[in-house]
Design a protein around this ligand. Structure first.
Ligand code: PLP
Length: 445
């Protein structure tokens, strides 16, 4: 019996023994093709020699230095790298150890900014249903995923809630894409009015929704409209790119493809590619200058911020992506992968939608394709697909509650950027077989 409080207390997962490139091997010698990078983390695959070398070198030189005493070279260099690559104005970085910490930091930074510029009445965040922003209390509060929030709800701050941009389900038959987008923006405006726009700190949204709904891309003009609304009322826009950022959608920041710049952006998983725990939020110079000329101190901090080995690993990951032209590979292979999934799954009566951007794709499963009826949630189809895929040697990231936190099933795919076309073909083949087997077993009861 393991002494670890595992994610499920009912079972202990297999022991991962080694991982190289696209494959894991467990203690029993079984191999698994990694089609999801864990949770969209392992962008360079496993045991990349350049990243390992950078980490070894950094450990030998300086393994740790508390940031109240020192800064360190890898963190300074990584901040410079990110500042150069980020959308205009976003050039200051705060390094943490993961996505939830990045979101918490961004929320607090936004609040402190308004206190410092003399708008302390701004106390409310607005965010979307079916979003996930992390599991710490602040991040969980802004997140809109019902089953994750339910039992902790009494501990969470109140957050204004609006609809996600979920065209497959929510665009009405009599609506154009543009009309749907305008309807969503009108809803956001109405929410700001209901709260009082002068009380709102920020609108928080994942640029491309990941875990909760399976690679939901924004409609054209949605984030441009969000930016305009926020600007109208002096509200900040926080883009959560913990999952969709760092090249996963084919550009380093997913929001680049929307042609707008947020005031704050959070990044994590693909930043360090799993080689070390690292996340960050980036803020506009304007906000940093306001705090510098006010109290001069962001009232925050964790023991491991700016960790030199984590920053060295992330720097090596990012430089490797740049050197090897992997963003272009994500765009090209992403399109190839999507076409492969469409080909193998497009005719299935149980696949409602194949969506996403770059190497960040989602497959939504339905009982009836014509009217988009989801499977009975008691079947836990998503869990069956995951288990069946593992049996077939494939790692994917399925989730239930796609539609409203209870109904719906999807499979999230986020293979490493080093995946070859042959790898992607194999993933699509194994996934199609696994989905078929899981649905057959679920229907048999
Ligand atoms: N934000 C988004 C969009 C995420 O997808 C996640 C994790 O899945 C988080 C925040 C939380 O990140 P972490 O699990 O590293 O704390």
């Amino acid at each position: 019996m393991s002494n670890i409080i595992h994610r499920s207390l009912l079972s202990t997962p297999a022991i991962a023994e080694t991982a190289h490139g696209m494959y894991f091997t467990d203690k029993q010698g079984n191999t698994f093709l990694d089609a999801c990078g864990g949770a969209a983390v392992s962008c360079l695959g496993h045991a990349h020699p350049d990243v390992l070398a950078a980490m070894h070198a950094q450990i030998d030189k300086l393994a740790y230095a508390h940031t109240s005493f020192f800064t360190n070279e890898p963190s300074e260099e990584l901040a410079d790298f990110l500042a150069k690559a980020a959308p205009p104005g976003l050039d200051k970085v705060y390094f943490v150890s993961g996505g939830s910490e990045a979101v918490e930091g961004a929320l607090k930074f936004a609040r402190q900014y308004f206190v410092e510029i003399g708008q302390p009445e701004r106390t409310v965040f607005v965010a979307r249903r079916q979003s996930y922003h992390g599991n710490t209390l602040g991040a969980l509060a802004v997140g809109g995923n019902e089953w994750r929030r339910r039992q902790f709800a009494p501990l969470l701050i109140d957050v204004g809630r609006v609809s996600p941009c979920y065209e497959y389900r929510d665009r009405r038959a009599d609506e154009s894409r543009d009309q749907y987008t305008q309807r969503l923006l009108a809803e956001l405006d109405a929410k700001f009015q209901e709260i009082g726009p002068e009380k709102v700190i920020a609108f928080v949204a994942e640029t491309v929704v990941g875990a909760t709904a399976g690679a939901l891309t924004p409609t054209p003009g949605y984030f441009k409209g969000v930016r305009e609304l926020c600007d109208r009322y002096g509200i900040l826009f926080i883009a959560d790119e913990v999952m969709c950022g760092m090249g996963r959608t084919g550009t380093l920041f997913a929001i680049e493809q929307e042609n707008v710049a947020p005031d704050l952006v959070t990044i994590a998983k693909g930043l360090g590619g799993g080689y070390q725990p690292i996340g960050a939020f980036m803020a506009s110079s304007r906000m940093v200058e306001a705090i510098r000329s006010g109290s001069g101190l962001f009232q925050h901090g964790h023991t491991y911020i700016g960790h030199p080995v984590a920053c060295a690993a992330a720097l090596a990951v990012q430089k490797t992506i740049e050197r090897d032209g992997l963003l272009a590979a994500v765009r090209e292979n992403g399109a190839y992968f999507k076409a492969g999934l469409d080909e193998r799954l497009g005719a299935s009566p149980f696949v409602g939608d194949v969506r996403g951007r770059g190497l960040f794709l989602g497959v939504e499963l339905v009982r009836d394709r014509a009217d988009k009826t989801p499977f009975d949630p008691s079947l836990r189809l998503h869990a069956r697909v995951k288990a069946q895929a593992m049996k077939n040697g494939l790692m994917v990231y399925p989730m239930g509650g796609t539609i409203d936190g209870r109904l719906g099933d999807h499979v999230l795919l986020a293979p490493p950027f080093i995946a070859t076309k042959e790898d992607l073909d194999r993933i699509a083949d194994l996934l199609a077989v696994s989905i078929g087997q899981a649905i057959e077993a679920a229907m048999e009861g």
